[in-house]
Design a protein around this ligand. Structure first.
Ligand code: ADP
Length: 161
């Protein structure tokens, strides 16, 4: 059984994430969406548990599981016997950082490959940060996030619980 990991902060999950996760699920036997707290990113809009709840509302494929981990990604991959880390590549601006991460992970755990899937054209400039910015300024996020979670994001951006 070939297991892959789709790691990220998913704060919140966007249509760009869902696309990459579903395409990974068509390639691998099992995909674990791994919600990680990212120290490099500033304060988060949703807690880890809330982000998992939002992902559960959007991901319906039976071979997609959700988990969380706050250690090294390769340690989780080794523990779970994952053969691949799947990342989405948007504009060239993603490339430098992703390439560095892929090389580092490869040297830490050579048995696990990083696989890049190209973002769809319509998702090329879509990020969780962009969703938060648009939403905070009262913009329409319906083409950026799954319909099942857009109201929750609107409410949170307005400062409601
Ligand atoms: P963001 O960069 O939006 O904060 P994450 O850190 O949660 O997102 O990213 C998790 C993974 O999803 C990364 O591999 C990232 O490249 C990918 N990803 C994020 N947004 C998109 C998108 N719009 N299209 C394709 N992949 C994406």
């Amino acid at each position: 059984m070939k297991k892959a990991i789709c790691p990220g902060s998913f704060d919140p999950v966007t249509l760009g994430h869902v696309d990459i996760i579903e395409r990974a699920a068509d390639i691998f036997d099992e995909v674990v969406v791994l919600v990680m707290s990212n120290g490099a990113k500033k304060s988060s809009l949703f807690t880890i548990e809330e982000r998992i709840g939002l992902l559960e509302k959007c991901l319906k494929k039976p071979n997609v599981k959700i988990d969380t981990y706050n250690g090294l990604l390769v340690d989780y991959a080794r523990k779970e016997d994952a053969v691949a880390i799947v990342k989405g590549l948007r504009a060239v601006s993603d490339y430098d950082y992703e390439f560095q991460q892929a090389l580092t992970n490869k040297s830490l755990y050579p048995e696990c490959e990083t696989v890049f899937l190209c973002a769809r054209g319509e998702n090329m400039f879509l990020s969780s940060s962009m969703v938060k910015e648009v939403c905070a300024l009262g913009g329409d996020i319906s083409s950026f996030v799954p319909a099942s979670i857009s109201d929750i994001i609107y409410k949170r951006c307005k400062g409601d619980k």
